[in-house]
Ligand binder design. Structure first.
Ligand code: F0G
Length: 464
């Protein structure tokens, strides 16, 4: 008998409750896709087999978190779950002040309104849709200062989320540091393919900001995933715990916005957190949250939601958890690479990004190659993914023309603790099936375009 060469790893949990999946026929999917205007955001979840639309709010909670839900203190003011969440944020993220919000964009809204004046510039390591929109609505202009490698899906740079300090220097020269209220630095940059920032880069950005009196606000949404990459790719941190790395990353910032719906293993929740020296900003946010979200000790969340998020923090920094989380993405990545599918490399933290430009080279960017590919994947297999290309990039504020991003990607985003390795295999095989018939795939025409965040609700038709 031949010996098995490799020791496999498996998901570090067992399944206690299941949710049954509905299988659909091709005819049903043809109809569903037409009805949803070829936009996977408009599909009914019931018509989806494997849902890789997003890792946001789609995570499976643990028994420990569900038990916490039963301990929800649903008081209007001063819920004990708020104080528990505050203590966990202080312990693991190191920020003194916490303003809970119903999700990340509410925190982005507040920090943008508080810190940005009309005419300001807000640099960031690539844009995120809601983050940039709130900066613009506050009168600011987003400036991309990520390193060039981030825009190249074939570059193997280990930290493609890094900030290019030369670009920061140029921006300060051009507009003056007083027009830059803060830089927004995201962990595992979503739109770049889930690519991490290095600790070395964060330290440099911090030093630069200090010199010029610019704040550093983290988008901590997937910072724990970023911490794992630092541990595995930056020698200095090999022996450090995820929690230690997380604390150090946060220590170089003045505060963070957070969508708890990702790293923190919950279905709803977020926060704005601020460092001890930011008492004034905190006071203002605490006043503002009452207007938009709810009292400052619940911010639009039920007590039970805050408890689940507090417990989620504890579980999220566990090494077995995060290793398996990112290991699952790596597993799918390796499979796709082995059959020659063009994907963004290195494989990122929360998703596989198919490179639609190379997948469908005959579909022009104005015919929405990534949108097309996402639609085809659903049609073939019932798997739902998300466009991250020209549709997501929206229009230029001045010219009204599309923004033309270099990256035209389809995101296969994996919810945490939800799908098994067999689901991963099915997914890779579905992508392969489309790749084999890619030459016959035609692009799309946009027939309805909403004003804000158009990718959510835009509708398309197949080109003849
Ligand atoms: N920042 C990043 C990096 C995000 O990925 C998201 C959401 C937000 C902020 C906003 O947080 O949704 O809680 O208001 N990303 C989701 C996604 C929607 O699918 O990538 P939110």
């Amino acid at each position: 008998m031949e010996k098995l060469k490799k020791r496999s790893w498996a998901e570090p949990f067992k399944i206690k409750t299941v949710e049954l999946l509905k299988m659909t026929t091709r005819e049903e999917r043809v109809r569903a896709l037409k009805e949803s205007g070829y936009n996977t955001f408009l599909l009914k979840s019931e018509d989806v087999y494997i849902d890789l639309l997003t890792d946001s709010g789609t995570n499976a909670m643990s028994d420990y978190q569900w038990a916490g839900m039963m301990l929800g203190d649903e008081a209007y003011a001063g819920s004990k779950n708020f104080y528990n969440l505050e203590a966990r944020v202080q312990q693991f993220y190191g920020y003194k002040y916490l303003v809970p919000t119903h999700q990340g964009r509410a925190a982005e809204h507040m920090i943008s309104k508080i810190l940005i004046k009309p005419g300001d510039f807000i640099p960031g390591n690539m844009y995120f849709t809601t983050t940039r929109l709130h900066q613009e609505l506050a009168g600011g202009t987003f400036v991309d200062v990520i390193i060039d490698e981030a825009h190249d899906p074939t570059s193997l740079h280990p930290f493609k989320g890094n900030v290019d300090l030369q670009k920061m220097e140029d921006l300060v020269k051009k507009v003056g540091a007083n027009k830059i209220p803060y830089i927004s630095v995201a962990g595992t940059v979503n739109m770049a393919g889930g690519q991490p920032v290095s600790m070395e880069n964060l330290r440099q950005v911090r030093a630069f900001c200090k010199k010029h009196g610019i704040r550093l606000i983290l988008d901590a949404t997937r910072l724990i995933e970023n911490a794992y990459f630092i541990k595995t790719r930056e020698k200095e941190f090999e022996a450090k715990s995820i929690a230690e790395i997380l604390r150090e990353m946060c220590s170089y910032s003045d505060g963070c916005t957070m969508s708890g719906k990702k790293d923190l293993l919950v279905n709803i929740g977020g926060f704005l957190a601020l460092a001890e020296h930011e008492r004034e900003v905190f006071e203002e946010a605490r006043n503002m949250v009452v207007v938009y979200e709810g009292l400052h000790t619940y911010g639009g969340l039920a007590g039970r939601d805050m408890e689940a998020m507090a417990r989620g923090i504890e579980e999220a920094v566990n090494l077995d958890h995060i290793r398996a989380r990112i290991g699952q993405i790596e597993y799918v990545g390796e499979k796709l690479q082995s059959i020659g599918i063009p994907i963004v490399l290195p494989v990122g933290g929360h998703a596989i990004f198919l490179d639609a430009k190379r997948f469908l080279p005959h579909v022009k960017q104005v015919e929405f190659p990534a949108q097309t590919l996402a639609a085809e994947l659903y049609l073939d297999s019932g798997i739902r993914s998300m466009e991250r290309g020209i549709v997501s990039a929206g229009r230029n504020k001045e010219t009204g023309d599309h923004n033309y991003p270099k990256l035209e990607l389809v995101r296969l985003t994996f919810p945490r603790r939800v799908y098994t390795q067999a689901h991963c295999d099915v997914t890779a095989e579905a992508v392969e099936a489309i790749y084999e018939k890619r030459d016959n795939i035609k692009g799309l025409k946009m027939i309805y375009e909403p004003k804000y965040l158009r990718f959510f609700q835009a509708r398309f038709e197949k080109l003849a």
